[in-house]
Design a protein around this ligand. Structure first.
Ligand SMILES: C[S@@+](CC[C@H](N)C(=O)[O-])C[C@H]1O[C@@H](n2cnc3c(N)ncnc32)[C@H](O)[C@@H]1O
Length: 229
């Protein structure tokens, strides 16, 4: 949430958003977005949840994917469109301005090969996350992939204590400025698993509160006991 607090602050000064996020994450988030884009296959239909200014969406477009970005902020959606147009890739981009709770209003079951999201889920309480994960599973084709990178509560006790202190110090100014709480994700793999996904890999970085989880939507076999297609 330390990173989230800062990111929410720079959303208020949007023209500096991308630059400020690169600086405040020491380039880590850009590196993570590169890693995610490297998982994209040409022709994939990709959904970027909470696409922000489109820095991940454009990376996926560069990999010859068809990309849909959804974000509740009009400004962010416009930035995504602008960045895709500047890259000459806007013909494979669709943007939707709406909440992540409305995914199934816009997209049919099995519409996507890959769903990605960076630094968004920590804005929601846990029950909201379970709901979003279930929707993601429905929107992915069987065998489709989900890659989520987010700021999480550190695993190590000592780091978790320092993190909690920082969080406590920032909580009041955050709330006063943003008028909303932020929700540290304690168990990102658990949230994804509870949505019905099979975890493929979990990555974290030293001295960082980022975690990246890759998962797959199971290919259900009606003959498998207990499997309901
Ligand atoms: C911290 S920014 C991250 C943006 C981008 N994914 C990135 O990594 O740079 C969080 C984004 O989530 C969007 N967002 C917040 N709540 C949302 C909601 N309920 N539905 C859709 N988007 C939401 C915000 O507008 C913002 O663009």
């Amino acid at each position: 949430m330390l990173m989230y607090g800062w990111m929410k602050w720079v959303e208020i000064a949007p023209q500096r958003y991308d630059w400020a996020v690169t600086v405040m994450t020491f380039g880590r988030l850009d590196h993570i977005k590169e890693r995610i884009a490297n998982e994209v296959r040409a022709g994939d239909h990709v959904l970027d949840i909470g696409c922000g200014t489109g820095t991940l969406a454009v990376r996926c477009l560069r990999k010859s994917a068809y990309v849909t970005g959804i974000d509740s902020s009009k400004y962010m959606i416009e930035q995504t469109q602008r960045h895709a147009s500047e890259a000459g890739l806007a013909d494979r981009l669709v943007v939707v301005q709406d909440s992540v709770t409305q995914l199934r209003k816009h997209f049919g079951d099995g519409s996507f090969d890959l769903i990605v999201s960076t630094m968004v889920l920590g804005e929601f309480p846990r029950e909201y996350l379970s709901y979003v994960m279930r929707d993601c599973r429905a929107l992915l084709r069987p065998g489709g992939r989900l890659i989520i990178a987010d700021e999480v509560l550190p695993d190590r006790l000592l780091t978790r204590i320092f993190y909690a202190i920082g969080l406590g110090l920032l909580w009041i100014p955050n709330f006063l400025l943003l008028r909303r709480p932020l929700f540290p994700i304690a168990d990102l793999p658990g949230v994804i698993r509870a949505g019905g996904f099979q975890i493929k890999s979990i990555e974290s970085w030293a001295a960082s509160s980022f975690k990246m989880v890759s998962a797959e939507s199971p290919i259900l076999d009606a003959a498998t006991p207990g499997m309901v297609p």
